[in-house]
Design a protein around this ligand. Structure first.
Ligand code: ADP
Ligand code: MG
Length: 276
C-alpha cells in the first residue's frame, strides 16, 4: 500500500513525481508546496472542495501556467515548465473538465483529432482499439457530438486522449454532471480499466468518496495546500476527513453506503463535496 511517507522520502521517484510544487496565475501562488505521485497501473486521486486549487495544480503540471517552485518528473525526467505540446509527446494525456469535445464534429472526427501525431492508418487502428474499450461508441461514430448524452460525451473525451496511448492520464473531474449511477460506472469500469492497462492515473474529483473507492493513493487539497496524503483506503476510513469532505457529516445523514446503490432519480450525489 502506498503511504504518504513514500511521496516525500522515497529515494526512488514514482513514474509521475511532483515535489513541492508552487504555482499561480499572477505573482501570488494559488497552490503551494504540493507533493504527490502516481505510478503506472495506479490511480492517484486529488480531492478537495471547489476553489481549492485542483485545476490550477493540473494546469501547472500541464505547462499551462508557470511553475514558480518545485519539480515535476516523468519517468525520472524533469518536465516542469515544458510546453503543453511537448508534454503530450512525452506521454501526458489530459481530459479537461469542460470543452473536452468538439460539438460540431462527429464522434469519429473527435477521435481522429486526438491522433494528430499519428498517420491515418495508425489512427484507424487506434479508433478500433478505443471502440473495443468503449463499445457504446461503436454505433455513434458518425453521430454529431452535440447529440450525445453526458456519459457518452465523457467517453469520447477520454477516447480522444486514448488515441495517443499516453503513459499518464490526467482527468479533471470526469464525472461532473453525471448521475450517481453513471459516476460509478465511469469510475469503476472505465477509469479503473485505464489503470489496469498500465497507465498512471491522476484523477481530480469533487466526488471524493466515489473516486477514493477506486484509487490507490489519496490526496486532500484545501486552500492550495495538501492537507493529507495517504493510501486511499486510509483516507476513506479517516473519520475527520469523512466528516469534512466526504459528505458523511451530521448534515449529510444516511450512513456509509450513500452514493453506491441506485438512487431515486434526480437525487443529488450525496458523496459530493459541497460547492461554495
Ligand atoms: N485563470 C485564473 N486567473 C486567476 N485566478 C484563477 C484562475 N483560475 C482559477 N483561479 C483561482 O484559483 C483558485 C483555485 O481555483 P481552481 O484551481 O479552479 O480550483 P478547483 O479546481 O479546486 O475548483 C480560485 O481562487 C480561483 O479563483
Ligand atoms: Mg476545477
Amino acid at each position: 500500500m502506498p503511504t504518504s511517507s513514500a511521496d516525500a522520502t522515497s529515494s526512488q521517484p514514482a513514474f509521475l513525481q511532483v515535489r513541492d510544487l508552487t504555482a499561480g496565475y499572477g505573482r501570488d501562488p494559488v497552490i503551494s508546496g504540493i507533493t504527490m505521485s502516481a505510478d503506472r497501473g495506479e490511480i492517484a486521486c486529488v480531492v478537495g472542495p471547489n476553489g481549492s486549487g485542483k485545476s490550477t495544480f493540473l494546469k501547472a503540471l500541464l505547462g499551462e501556467i508557470r511553475v514558480m517552485r518545485g519539480s515535476v518528473t516523468l519517468d525520472g525526467r524533469e518536465v516542469a515548465n515544458l510546453p503543453a505540446h511537448t508534454l503530450a509527446r512525452l506521454g501526458l494525456g489530459y481530459v479537461p473538465q469542460v470543452h473536452d469535445v468538439f460539438d460540431t464534429l462527429s464522434v469519429g472526427e473527435n477521435l481522429r483529432i486526438g491522433a494528430y501525431l499519428l498517420t491515418g492508418r495508425e489512427a484507424g487502428e487506434r479508433i478500433a482499439t478505443v471502440v473495443e474499450r468503449f463499445p457504446t461508441l461503436k454505433p455513434l461514430l458518425r453521430r454529431s457530438a452535440h447529440k450525445l448524452s453526458g456519459g457518452e460525451r465523457k467517453l469520447v473525451a477520454i477516447g480522444r486522449v486514448m488515441m495517443l496511448q499516453p503513459a499518464v492520464y490526467i482527468l479533471d473531474e470526469p464525472t461532473s454532471g453525471l448521475s450517481p449511477q453513471l459516476t460509478d460506472q465511469l469510475l469503476q469500469e472505465h477509469v479503473a480499466a485505464l489503470a489496469k492497462s498500465g497507465a498512471a492515473i491522476l484523477l481530480v474529483e469533487q466526488k471524493a468518496k466515489a473516486a477514493l473507492e477506486i484509487s490507490d493513493r489519496g490526496y486532500l487539497l484545501v486552500a492550495g495546500r495538501m492537507r493529507m496524503s495517504a493510501a486511499a483506503s486510509e483516507m476513506l476510513a479517516d473519520a475527520s476527513v469523512a466528516e469534512m469532505f466526504l459528505g458523511q457529516g451530521p448534515d449529510e445523514g444516511q450512513g456509509p453506503d450513500e452514493g453506491q446503490g441506485p438512487d431515486e432519480a434526480g437525487t443529488p450525489q450525496r458523496a459530493e463535496i459541497g460547492g461554495q
